[in-house]
Write a protein that binds this ligand. Structure first.
Ligand SMILES: [Mg+2]
Length: 112
């Protein structure tokens, strides 16, 4: 896998070792957090039509926090897949990146 075709955002999320997550609980939580993110985006410039008492900067801060909630739960679900179902996330990530290249979302450098 050629990981040098584009830039990467490298961030680490903790394992929530004081919870007993399952596929079901993490999936439901993911939907819930995705809903909160959508709600926050809706507040941006009052796009969802509701009266918003936050300025743009406050809304962007809220969107950032909600996005991290989504990412945290996604990572928690990855831990469940690994710990309970023996999935190798690194292997899945390699396949995921191959798919992105195949679909043309990451373009390969021309080797002249
Ligand atoms: Mg949230």
């Amino acid at each position: 896998m050629d990981y040098h075709l584009t830039v990467y955002k490298q961030i680490s999320f903790p394992k929530l070792n004081n919870l007993k997550p399952s596929l079901e609980s993490t999936c439901l939580k993911l939907m819930e957090e995705a809903g909160e993110l959508a709600q926050a985006v809706g507040k941006f410039r009052g796009l969802n039509g509701e009266k918003v008492d936050m300025n743009d900067k406050e809304v962007i801060e809220l969107i950032s926090r909600e996005l991290l909630d989504v990412a945290q739960v996604a990572v928690s679900m990855m831990f469940v897949l690994e710990d309970t179902y023996g999935i190798n996330i690194k292997e899945k990530l390699d396949q995921h990146i191959e798919k992105l290249i195949r679909k043309g979302y990451i373009k390969a450098e021309s080797s002249s």
